[in-house]
Ligand binder design. Sequence first.
Ligand SMILES: NC(=O)c1ccc[n+]([C@@H]2O[C@H](COP(=O)([O-])OP(=O)(O)OC[C@H]3O[C@@H](n4cnc5c(N)ncnc54)[C@H](O)[C@@H]3O)[C@@H](O)[C@H]2O)c1
Length: 457
Amino acid sequence: MRVAVIGTGYVGLVAGAALADFGQQVICLDKDASKIELLRQGQTLIYEPGLPELAQRNLQAGRLQFSTDVEAAVRRSEVVLIAVGTEGLPDGRVNMTAFYEVAQQTASAMEHYTVIVIKSTVPVGSAAELTRLIHQHQKTPVPFEVVSNPEFQREGSAVKDFFKPYRIVLGVGSEGAIEIMKEIYRPLLAAGTPLVVTSNETAEIIKYAANAYLALKVSFINEIANLCDRLDCDAQAVSAALCLDPRIGRYLSPGPGFGGSCLPKDTAALIQQAQAAGVKMQMVEAAVEVNNAQANHIVGKVKSRLGTLRGCTLGVLGLSFKGNTDDVRCSPSIRICELLLAEGARLRVHDPTANRNARALLTSSQVVFCSSPYEAASEAHGLLILTEWEQFSSLDLRRLKAVSHGDVLVDARNILDPKAVIEAGFSYDGVGRQARPLDPEAVLTPGGSLKRVISAP
Ligand SMILES: NC(=O)c1ccc[n+]([C@@H]2O[C@H](COP(=O)([O-])OP(=O)(O)OC[C@H]3O[C@@H](n4cnc5c(N)ncnc54)[C@H](O)[C@@H]3O)[C@@H](O)[C@H]2O)c1
């Protein structure tokens, strides 16, 4: 099948390369001509494990192409995926400018029956609005279908998630479009991926509900962790014990709060859509409120050790919003850096992949970008670990201590062994975690999940 993917960012590039891998003929499109040129040369630009290999394999096989010519690509395609950005506006509404721009381009180029698939996260009612717009802008009135097919990939494991999704959600109005979508996702359905077929509107709200629920979990465990800090309890053990109950599941790691390009804007958009419908989303609003306070909570840990931060040098490890990605959009690390700068601190920052993106956000002359954790720690009065990069959990702590000028270490991701940190000469502050050795009976992985459980006698 011939497929056009409009918007070649984190979602569009992964989807386009993966669909090409399934055997479809895919053209990925973007309005950014320099990005398209680099993609043609085999450079994927974003850091996403497995993506360069996937893109190159399909580029070389001739199944994957890149272009800026949306109209030509639409004319040759049976299926058009829209995966442009839908950023949040300050009042919580969604910026639909790019989405409607490509909708009009698609409409005016269509010359035959086309299935238009919405991959972008869009407010409820967007598929209906897209249908209206296409009717309005079609030059040749040909039949078409609009399918809502929200994307649930996680940055950092987007390729893996695309090939092994928890479910495929299709909001669709006709059997014909369902059959075409089943063909697109044939290998995933053959492997047993659950398929949820529903109305466009329900598919649209499923995406917002999923992200709101994830946000609730993050804020819930952070609230518990902050209480554990006060009551001398271990939030890591609480999390591990909770996760053993399948009704509770996973995704309960205390930390600096949720961020990234999705959860903050999608919770805001859900609250705003509910308000417009006369409904108050009390739990989602509370999750956002808890999250907004979490960065201050982390800064408070450094301040309680160092007193004033004015004139202090702090080493910051991790700038991306989570490990395994170079994405710094709404990163809690960036927010914490801004708060530390406002307190008068000087920062030496390092991230394995996100330094380049973070330079655009951390423009203060008080920020020095460093090429290694040890360079960031050099002459620092305190250290903060803000992103759960695998390599930060195996740092040479004695070497870090030797280059530092202080002994404060705040582990905002709970990835270090407190005992080892203290033995290296630092103080230890985690999130809801006490500075004592872990119970050897319950070994925790850096993400907070249990690696091994030995049942109590
Ligand atoms: N990033 C994620 O992990 C993720 C996960 C699930 C859903 N989503 C949703 O998917 C959508 C895309 O997210 P993303 O992170 O890939 O965004 P992104 O910003 O990485 O990529 C969007 C791309 O669209 C391009 N674009 C914008 N306007 C265009 C136009 N008029 N014509 C052609 N190209 C245009 C941009 O140049 C950019 O390359 C958003 O709605 C987002 O909420 C993202």
